[in-house]
Ligand binder design. Sequence first.
Ligand SMILES: [Zn+2]
Length: 179
Amino acid sequence: MANTTGNRYRGGWQIIIKDRSICYHCKQEGLKPENKYCPNCGFPQNGTDQEQRKFIIDFRKKKSAIREAKTMVERGRNFLFIVAFLNFISFIGGGTVVLIIGGIISSIYVGLAFWSIRKPFPALLTGLIFYGVLNLFFGILAPMFLLSGIIWKIAIVVALLFALYSVKDIEKLQKETTL
Ligand SMILES: [Zn+2]
């Protein structure tokens, strides 16, 4: 973790670099006076005080953006569990065969939710497509089905889309903050 807890002054913190050969931000050693930027993390070791503070603030912003995006991915995963549950209860009362079909569909959602821990993008995308295809299928069989629980359906699709977008966002932000 970067040491950014310097002394507060004029609304910010003071960046004091005791050893110019060690990166203030990532602690990389062997920096030369002619290197304005740290070759490892890009910190402006020999830049101005303003540039250094801007780097630290941007870095913190990216870190908190990554945290927020991870929350969105988790929400998408939780929605897959919710879909599994809602799907299963909608199959109750139709006899054994119907219940088994419902159980199989719900198991697929649960499987996708667990898979999304390791491979979030393909798992969430598969979940969204599977959900869309099933809704279309049941919608063709019984058009009223599409309208039942429409708020939930919209919430599920939106949560999965946001989660997918967030996975890409995390990848991009993590490339920019390689620490
Ligand atoms: Zn560095």
